[in-house]
Design a protein around this ligand. Structure first.
Ligand code: THU
Length: 137
């Protein structure tokens, strides 16, 4: 699965965003080591705090299907009204969820504005000195 294809999946997932309060639509596509792709969108709530980000929707779908190892996530986000997207970086809570299941040095985070306009980071770049499982050993 190449990066462009993963971004395309994230763009498709974004269309399903439930975001009537912020109107900020986010989509994510998570590539597992199994080669399966799990998509996710943000899901807001009238009580606000139960809102779930697109990235965590994708991770929770995958983990609940038995996946434990991941290679790459593609993320796209922007206001419903905007014709062109700019980069939408993952929030701190989503970075921490990535830290639970991914190797910070090799897990790739693609932040995309379109299929051919994107940046790639490792999780370690986005969450330096993160707290993880090994800290509890
Ligand atoms: N959001 C995400 O889906 N992912 C992020 O990493 C940042 C924020 C969503 C949550 C909320 O529905 C909307 O964007 C505005 O914060």
């Amino acid at each position: 699965m190449d990066d462009n294809l993963l971004i395309r999946e994230a763009l498709k997932a974004r269309e399903l965003s439930w975001s009537p309060y912020s109107n900020f639509m986010v989509g994510a596509a998570l590539l597992a080591e199994s080669s399966k792709v799990y998509s996710g969108c943000n899901i807001e709530n009238a009580a606000y705090s139960p809102t779930n980000c697109a990235e965590r929707t994708a991770f929770f779908k995958a983990v609940s299907e038995g996946e434990r190892k991941f290679k790459t996530i593609a993320i796209v986000g922007g206001l419903r009204s905007s014709k062109e997207l700019s980069y939408a970086y993952p929030c701190g809570v989503c970075r921490q969820v990535m830290m639970e299941f991914c190797d910070p040095k090799s897990f790739r985070v693609i932040v995309a504005a379109s299929e051919d306009d994107f940046e790639v980071y490792t999780l370690e770049q986005l969450l330096p000195k993160g707290f993880g499982k090994s800290d509890l050993d």
